[in-house]
Design a protein around this ligand. Structure first.
Ligand code: MTE
Length: 499
């Protein structure tokens, strides 16, 4: 759970290879060995114009507009900065006096749990107006504790330990640096939407306070992630029979031990599930808040499975025993209230209540909260929003009701992810970019619906619901639950009529 005890206290270079998995030393780093000096060097000045050189590969290969938006550039690898034209200081004053006071953050992010740990979403309008990709500085953040402070040298030395039941590498455990991963396996870049299981929880908390804090509908973001396929790594080490789970552990220290969770080995080994060990995000190294130097990224599943600051992978007969694997990311039965869930620990250990795939969901971004619709009655207004399915399932329809669900009309849907299926290339920074044979939907889609101001003026509310290709439809009623997770009832924007 987004546990009350832990939460309520309260993101250049113009070098040609900025996405080398290992950030190279800045010019004043005197510790470079000769081996390290073969790594590409970076500069600490922002390029002119303010446009990532890394995106040139996409441009040259005919990538869609969605890939080519300007994005955040790091100032140095230790402290990636947010664009100078957007904020005066990369360090948000609110972080002073917290363990995260070195982490660059965009003050436009809305903090949901006080100062620390950092749990934040952009304003829905800011997020939506970014388009398909979210700038790294506006990408939602969910941290259970302090961000591990990792400098360039530590990142080069960072080891992911792999242990447990496998055949290929017998000296148990074995370790991989990020460079080992990069040299041993195919490097790939894929667009992935991450969504926190608590997205839209605020609506649940209004009905009855759950154990978690109030996410709006912006606990969702999309980025290009670069790394190696987990399935390739697991294939290489050849898990033995009986290694039914793959356990992942992060490098953050939390009151009840490190953050960790697991995947069914059959899913983790299947490339269709698309899991990657990623060091790149939007063409640049991960930012501290998003798991620098390396994280697991699990598309189509709740964000909680994408372990940041990845330190350990274990092939195991049993699922993760980490505290938060049990006490987080569960949808308990509705009759189990927060008090009962706190008192009777057994609820958390029932494997039936674990959440893996995201459920179908959608939200309205335009009109925005408190937006005043002006204009003549015959003017057209375009309602807009997003929709996503889980487990790679495509959104097959989005429906709008202007009469509280009595009648429904079809909205237009755009799938920017599909534009990725039309081009492929290999690149020194991004590795293989090729979704041409991929039929999974791991990203959000956008819907729009045109309506006259007159109709909106006569409507009590704008209601939206989506369906995915398994015919799962967002429900009319909220499934309230103690953790306040997976809230996906019809999204409703009330219209107030001004005289
Ligand atoms: N990994 C570690 N090590 N520690 C964490 O607190 N939070 C998880 C997941 N991975 C977490 C973690 C949760 S609950 C979510 S929703 C995602 O990271 C959020 O990823 P983001 O902060 O990059 O958006």
């Amino acid at each position: 759970v987004e546990e009350v005890s832990e939460d309520n206290e309260s993101c250049s270079n113009d070098s040609k290879e900025p996405l080398s998995p290992l950030p190279s030393s800045s010019s004043d780093d005197k510790s470079s060995s000769s081996e390290e000096s073969s790594l590409p060097s970076t500069t600490t000045t922002l390029p002119e114009p303010f446009y990532p050189a890394t995106l040139q590969a996409f441009e040259a290969n005919g990538a869609p507009e969605a890939c080519l938006q300007p994005r955040v550039l790091p100032d140095t690898f230790e402290a990636p900065a947010i664009p100078r034209d957007q904020v005066s200081s990369a360090i948000d004053a609110q972080d002073k006096g917290t363990p995260d006071q070195w982490v660059p953050r965009d003050p436009r992010m809305v903090r949901l749990t006080g100062k620390h740990p950092f749990n934040a979403e952009a304003k829905l309008n800011d997020l939506y107006s970014q388009g398909f990709f979210t700038s790294t500085n506006l990408f939602f953040v969910r941290n259970h504790g302090a961000v591990p402070k990792v400098d360039a040298q530590m990142a080069r030395d960072w080891k992911v330990e792999i242990s447990g039941n496998f055949v290929r590498l017998c000296d148990n455990p074995v370790t991989f640096t990020i460079d080992d991963f990069r040299k041993s396996f195919e490097v790939v870049t894929v667009p992935i939407t991450l969504v926190c299981a608590g997205n839209r929880r605020k609506e649940q908390n209004v009905v009855q306070k759950s154990l978690g804090f109030s996410w709006g509908a912006a606990g969702i973001s999309t980025a290009l992630f670069t790394g190696v396929r987990l399935a390739d790594v697991l294939d290489f080490i050849r898990p033995k029979r009986g290694a039914k789970h793959v356990v992942f552990e992060g490098g953050d220290s939390l009151p009840n031990g490190p953050y960790g969770t697991s995947q069914l080995a059959s899913w983790a080994r299947n490339p269709r599930h698309g899991m990657i060990l990623a060091w790149g995000m939007n063409g640049l190294p991960l930012e501290p808040d998003h798991g620098f130097p390396i994280r697991l990224v699990v598309p189509g599943q709740i964000g909680g499975r994408s372990v940041k600051w990845l330190k350990k992978i274990e092939l195991s007969a049993i699922e993760s025993q980490h505290h938060l694997h049990f006490h987080d990311n569960k949808v308990l039965p509705m009759p189990v209230g927060p008090d009962q869930a706190r008192a009777e620990k057994s609820w958390w250990y029932d494997p039936r209540y674990i959440i893996r795939d995201l459920n179908v969901n959608s939200a309205v971004a335009c009109p925005d909260h408190d937006e005043i619709l002006k204009g003549n009655v015959e003017d057209m207004y375009t309602l807009r929003g997003y929709a996503y399915g889980g487990g790679g399932r495509r959104i097959t329809r989005v429906e709008i009701s202007l009469d509280e669900g009595t009648t429904w009309e079809l909205a237009e849907i755009q799938y920017p992810e599909d534009q990725f299926r039309e081009f492929a290339f290999d690149d020194a920074i991004y590795g293989k970019v090729d979704l041409t044979d991929n039929d999974q939907c791991f990203c959000w889609s956008f819907w729009s619906f045109q309506v006259t101001v007159e109709r909106l003026g006569e409507s009590p509310a704008i209601v939206v619901r989506a369906m995915d290709e398994s015919l799962a439809l967002q429900p009319r009623d909220m499934y309230w639950n103690a953790t306040g997770m997976m809230n996906n009832w019809w999204f409703r924007v009330c219209i107030h009529h001004l005289d």
